[in-house]
Design a protein around this ligand. Structure first.
Ligand code: ADP
Ligand code: MG
Length: 234
């Protein structure tokens, strides 16, 4: 319990620091975006320096993503729980994650017996989006994202699964995936699953990974119907 408390305080401090950094980066970043938009108008489309402007834009966008993720990560977990149809949140998240991805096929298996679990709509949509994005990014050559939702048979609640046909996750990595800033991607922030984990904690739920040796990965979320969320100190 002592170790958990230390971990809790460490994450709280990290969250606060993230919020400050994200805020401080956002203003200069806004100025950079404005300057780049102006620069674009002065540079001939065919000029070699146009490539440099594109690089600057891409990298500025990458910083912007990091700031967005940091702010999400830093937001204190104070969920407002209401029963929301999970199917709607899932559809919104998957639509965003797969838009423009013609090589990703989406398979739906949403059962009508899913109980109306109370969730914070914004937090849960973001968690679903992070999982769907990871699935899409794990299938650069294309593949199938299967999304299922059904009633949990062991305890009152819902089960949501994201299954991809991607590279899979080696067993030795599974522990570290949820740690903030752990990423194996060249342009990843490593905050997606940390945010997912925090969201599930705030809902009294949990998450499991299945990644059979043959490839592909399933992230299974268990969301309780009656969340027993521990009061968050400070
Ligand atoms: P990011 O996506 O920015 O790297 P995440 O926290 O979302 O950060 O994910 C952390 C890491 O977990 C990824 O870099 C990747 O190595 C691994 N991962 C997550 N989801 C999958 C998946 N569906 N298939 C394979 N690897 C995954
Ligand atoms: Mg991610």
């Amino acid at each position: 319990a002592q170790r958990q408390l230390v971990e809790h305080e460490r994450l709280a401090a990290l969250g606060e620091l993230s919020a400050v950094v994200a805020h401080e980066v956002r203003n200069p970043l806004g100025a950079i975006f404005n300057a780049l938009a102006t620069l674009r108008r002065f540079v001939e489309p065919a000029a070699p320096s146009n490539t440099l402007v594109t690089i600057l834009e891409e990298e500025a966008n990458r910083l912007n993503r990091l700031v967005d993720d940091l702010l999400d990560f830093a937001r204190p977990p104070a969920p407002e729980l209401y029963p929301v149809p999970l199917s709607r949140l899932l559809e919104e998240a998957v639509r965003t994650a797969t838009s423009g991805q013609s090589r990703i096929r989406v398979e739906w298996a949403l059962q009508p017996d899913v109980p109306p679990v109370p969730v914070d709509e914004r937090m849960m949509r973001q968690a679903f989006l992070n999982l769907a994005l990871n699935a899409v990014q794990a299938m650069p050559q294309g593949g199938t994202l299967r999304v299922t939702a059904h009633r949990c048979s062991e305890s009152p609640g819902a089960i949501v699964e994201f299954t991809d046909t991607g590279s899979g996750i080696p067993p030795e990595l599974r522990e570290r995936l949820f740690k903030p800033f752990f990423t194996t991607k060249a342009t990843g922030t490593g905050l997606g699953l940390a945010i997912v984990q925090r969201t599930l904690d705030a809902h009294g739920g949990h998450i499991l990974i299945e990644s059979p040796p043959g490839g592909g990965t399933t992230f299974r979320l268990v969301l309780p119907l009656l969340p027993q969320v521990e009061a968050q100190a400070g």
